[in-house]
Design a protein around this ligand. Sequence first.
Ligand SMILES: [Zn+2]
Length: 79
Amino acid sequence: MNGPAEYRQKAAALEAMVKRGSLRVIDDHNVALEEIVQSDTWPDDILITDLECTMCGEKFELFANTYHGSAQWSGAKGK
Ligand SMILES: [Zn+2]
């Protein structure tokens, strides 16, 4: 991913899925998806959102280390 705008886009998509009930937030590490979506800048240096598929329990992670300018979306970690 290439920065805040793209990360916010991804966070918004995930937030919509959480609202529809297809994903569940396991741990947002104190920064809610909503907060990320609405922030004009990075809301924190490190952003981690752990999610789980409500259908099959598959786990996902949205992660950004804004200090080092890296952000990533990772699917399926250790089901
Ligand atoms: Zn699933």
